[in-house]
Design a protein around this ligand. Structure first.
Ligand code: ADP
Length: 161
C-alpha cells in the first residue's frame, strides 16, 4: 500500500491541482494533501483557510482524502506520516528546472522517498494559483479555473464583484 503526499502552497487550490490529485489517486492507494507553511511567502489565504478550502473542495467532489499542513523539510514530514512518495505536478519547462533541483536535493536528504511527477491535462496546464489571483484581483473572470467554492472565497477575499 503506497502512501503518497502531495505538498504545495495551494494559495488557493485550482483546477490544475485537482487534476493532479485525480491522477495521483489512480496510482497511489493512499494520498495526503499537505499545505506547506512557507514563511518566505505572503499568502492571500491563511493556512487554516487553505486547509479548510481544500477539505471542502474534495468533499464536494466526493473524494475522501486527508488534508494536513506542515512546516520544515518535506522529506521529514513525508517520513513522519510514513509516505513513501511525493507527488508534484509539471506544467512547463519552467517547472522542470525547479522540480529537478528539488527532486535531487530530496533524494540526497532521503534516498528512500520517491518524487513522482504528473502532467495535468492541456486545459489546465497553464494554470497557477498566482495567475488566478492576479486575474481575479484585476476583475477578470476565473470561472472554470477554480472550483466554485474557491471562486466565492476569492471574490470575498478580494472584495470584488
Ligand atoms: P508550490 O508553491 O510548492 O509550487 P503550488 O501550490 O503552486 O505549490 O503547487 C503544488 C504542486 O502542484 C507543484 O508541483 C506544482 O507544479 C503543481 N501544480 C500547480 N498547478 C498545476 C497545474 N495547473 N498543472 C500541473 N501541476 C500544477
Amino acid at each position: 500500500m503506497i502512501h503518497a503526499v502531495y505538498p504545495g502552497s495551494f494559495d488557493p487550490i485550482t483546477n490544475g491541482h485537482i487534476d493532479i490529485i485525480h491522477r495521483a489517486r489512480l496510482v497511489f492507494e493512499r494520498l495526503t494533501v499537505a499545505v506547506v507553511v512557507n514563511p518566505s511567502k505572503q499568502p492571500l489565504f491563511t493556512l487554516t483557510e487553505r486547509v479548510q478550502m481544500i477539505r471542502d473542495v474534495l468533499d464536494d467532489q466526493g473524494l475522501s482524502i486527508p488534508v494536513a499542513s506542515f512546516d520544515g523539510l518535506l522529506v521529514k514530514y513525508a517520513e513522519t506520516i510514513q509516505a513513501q512518495a511525493v507527488v508534484r505536478g509539471l506544467r512547463a519547462l519552467s517547472d522542470f528546472e525547479f522540480e529537478f533541483q528539488l527532486s535531487l536535493m530530496n533524494r540526497r536528504l532521503k534516498p528512500d522517498i520517491q518524487m513522482v511527477y504528473f502532467m495535468s491535462s492541456s486545459e489546465v496546464t497553464y494554470l497557477s494559483s498566482g495567475l488566478v489571483k492576479e486575474v481575479a484581483s484585476l476583475g477578470g473572470d476565473v470561472t472554470g479555473l477554480v472550483p466554485p467554492i474557491v471562486h466565492r472565497l476569492l471574490i470575498e477575499k478580494l472584495s470584488i464583484k
